[in-house]
Ligand binder design. Sequence first.
Ligand code: ASP
Length: 358
Amino acid sequence: MRHLLDIFDLTTDEIYELIKKTEDIMNHPNYYLDACHGKILGKLFFEPSTRTCNSFESAIQSLGGGVVGFSDPNNSSVVKGECLIDTVRTVSSYSDVIVIRHPQEGAPKVASQVSVCPVINAGDGGHHHPSQTLTDLFTIYKEKGGFDGLTIGLCGDLKYGRTVHSLISGLSRYKNIKLVLISPNELKVPEYEKKEVMDKSWMKYVETTSLEEAIPELDVLYMTRIQRERFSDEKIYERLKDSYILNKEKLNSAKNDMIVMHPLPRVNEISLDVDDDRRAKYFDQVRNGRYVRMALIMKLLSDMDVPDKKQDESSFRHDLKCNNPRCISYTEKDIKSAFRITDNGRCRCIYCDKEVAV
Ligand code: ASP
């Protein structure tokens, strides 16, 4: 049984197969009407969602299956104090695949340890969001015909934006990509992503605070929202919230075939006058998300006999405690902490990937 906790759970070939399958579903949706007849998707949304939750529901229903679970934890036994592990055990017992979104980083990993069916991470804190990445990769592939040689600007909250972290990991697979990381100094891409993903795969990247300077060289501009819910100090959010606003005027200096993407929701970072520009692709992205998730659900259900990618647990250290308050092992008392040793001898929490000093 396979899970999708981060985008590295899929090989490059598998991502390509999913892209091709998505194209086929979009071209022949009727062919797939009964592909998951009788199958149940369990949704466990501990955080609000519009696109991810509805696209998964739409996906399973478009395949002939049904849905159980909750999109608001207040409508579940979570309010009675039920722990994450028991909730996952319960909903997975009624399901063939479960989709979980949670504010704590690593919660889907915990879910995968106790679930009786495949687990899809639909966003864990500021950590990962791999099904969004599949949607983003599909959209880039569809609009640009591939990935090699693209200059891709990621703009906004690169620190807390989980879609950014997963997308960087996804893009690290492809050759010759240049990333232009556009953010305020306070919201740069975390060290983990730089050291363990970008540097390891020799990705070319530059960091800048100026969208105006970066825009003329981009093939793709991926805008993101400043993630208000992840700030511990509201004053810092207020200061940074309008750091970047893409409008028609700024688009004038972009290439004619640059595409503008955004995982949505937008708050203020793309003005409405951009929506009519033919380069605006964020609502195409929304639409693509349903078909990508149809392909993903089918894949996980057909891979039930394929063993999950195993980490070598024998070298894990259990004598340390994660000090990241946003990590699931920090807040859920029954989770045994575990740290993997990196190539350069550092210890990283297996749930949230944060490093601890030893
Ligand atoms: N919808 C995306 C997410 O869940 C992006 C965002 O919320 O800004 O991460």
